[in-house]
Design a protein around this ligand. Structure first.
Ligand code: SF4
Length: 367
């Protein structure tokens, strides 16, 4: 049965494909090729699933960026979580984190050796664990981009209201706009425009990308995850590039407002402040993360347990760093599909369904 709905209408897809080809012909006539980056892991997954990368003309390269939260979480953070798990502490985490490699082990292995590592499907799950065993410390692994920050903060806010002193956060929250700035500044990369994330933009607002557009002259288009949304986003980016115009386009106006979600922003600002953050593959980026404010430091697991999050060590043959920067495609890593597969991941990008290597493995192994 042919699947048709408002976001997957075949005629609309063909129309957009033709428009993209026309833009590509205009670029070719000008002797130009362009590199677009899809920043978000959900985009990467959808691009793979619907074969969008393969349908683009040769003048247009679509590369994946550092938009998978698990993938960009540093090895040192995983080491710190494993160290905590070895103490008499319950670790509460989203499932993907279990298999992300630390320097020498994973949380999954720590669990198999007897550590209490519990999988949660939302931060609320960590709250339940803390309520159920008030005499046992629970640490929630607070990772992710702007989308997941507010739920993480509301976790400790609720704990504070309930007087639960046995819950804390090991924070590694990340912010998208500083990462875009770091990618633009990378001398080894050349990016002509960004397909900006959907859910993150719903929180930070479309205007958050204005500095990228105005300071660096790069077009930014916010698009959602349905195939037509992505095609439309690529169409708009190419249209701007052909005309040599740097503009900010909010193609996801049904959800994203220019100013974003003010309530979420206020909640985040009341509890967290910008900090330098370590990104797998991108290194330390100034003010690209969020940490608990001094007045809320008692909820910080690193301080509560005297844990230091160090740089960690990655497998020297794993090229997740280059994949996350869009410098190479996963098949260019010598381990891809050989010793590194989703069932036995060597790098973080093969763990999560939103990881670029996992998406390539699943949808585009021959690309
Ligand atoms: S294929 Fe595996 S080892 Fe290679 S970059 Fe991807 S995750 Fe790392």
């Amino acid at each position: 049965m042919k699947y048709i709905d408002g976001f997957r209408e075949p005629d609309a897809a063909l129309f957009l494909r033709r428009r993209i080809e026309e833009h590509a012909e205009a670029l070719a006539a000008d002797g130009r090729t362009v590199r677009l980056m899809e920043v978000c892991g959900s985009h990467t997954m959808a691009v793979g699933r619907f074969g969008i990368r393969e349908m683009l003309p040769p003048q247009v390269e679509l590369i994946s960026g550092p938009g998978c939260p698990v993938c960009v979480t540093g090895t040192g953070y995983v080491d710190a979580a494993i160290e905590l798990a070895a103490r008499d502490v319950t670790i509460a985490t989203f499932g993907d984190m279990l298999r992300v490699p630390g320097s020498r082990s994973t949380l999954a292995r720590a669990r198999s050796e007897g550590a209490r590592v519990e999988v949660c499907y939302s931060p609320e799950g960590a709250l339940e664990l803390a309520r159920r065993e008030p005499d046992r410390q629970v640490v929630f692994l607070a990772i992710g981009f702007e989308t997941t920050v507010a739920p993480g903060v509301s976790l400790v806010r609720t704990a504070a209201r309930e007087g639960l002193g046995n819950l804390s956060l090991l924070t590694a929250f990340k912010l998208v706009p500083p990462a875009l700035e770091a990618l633009i500044a990378d001398p080894e990369l050349s990016i002509d425009g960004f397909l900006c994330p959907a859910h993150v933009s719903a929180i930070i607002g479309a205007e958050a990308y204005r500095p990228v557009v105005e300071r660096h002259g790069l077009p930014c288009v916010i698009a959602s995850f349905e195939p037509l949304d992505i095609l439309l986003g690529i169409d708009r980016l190419l249209e701007l590039l052909v005309a040599r115009r740097a503009e900010l386009v909010n193609q996801y106006r049904r959800v994203v407002r220019p100013e974003g979600n003010r309530r979420a922003q206020e909640l985040i600002a009341a509890w967290l402040e910008p900090v330098d953050a370590d990104w797998r593959g991108l290194g330390s980026i100034p003010r690209s993360g969020l940490g608990l404010r001094e007045e809320h430091a008692s909820w910080d697991a690193a301080r509560r347990f005297g844990i230091t999050i160090g740089p960690g060590e990655s497998n020297p043959h794993c090229r997740c760093g280059d994949v996350l920067r869009g410098k190479i495609r996963p098949p260019e890593c010598a381990l891809f599909g050989r010793s590194c597969v989703p069932a036995r991941p060597i790098g973080a990008c093969m763990v999560s369904a939103e990881g670029t290597c996992a998406a390539y493995y699943k949808y585009a192994r021959t690309a």
